[in-house]
Ligand binder design. Structure first.
Ligand SMILES: [Zn+2]
Length: 69
């Protein structure tokens, strides 16, 4: 499985820890779609495209880089 470039959404998939309230480099737990935050060690991690995560969690970042292709 070597598909880090684009997921099912055709965009890069990011991981967002709801406890840390930031994007993290999550680690997959087993073979399931469960991801653990490397910082706080919880599995309270959501994943999706950057845009969808920002919309969903109302993340405001100063560098609003819209990657439209
Ligand atoms: Zn965390």
């Amino acid at each position: 499985m070597n598909k880090q470039k684009s997921g099912v959404f055709g965009e890069k998939i990011l991981y967002y820890c709801k406890d840390c309230e930031k994007f993290v480099d999550a680690q997959q737990v087993g073979r399931r779609y469960v991801f653990r935050c490397p910082i706080c060690k919880t599995k309270n991690v959501a994943f999706g495209t950057e845009k969808s995560l920002r919309n969903f969690f109302h993340i405001d970042d100063e560098k609003e880089e819209v990657t439209k292709k």
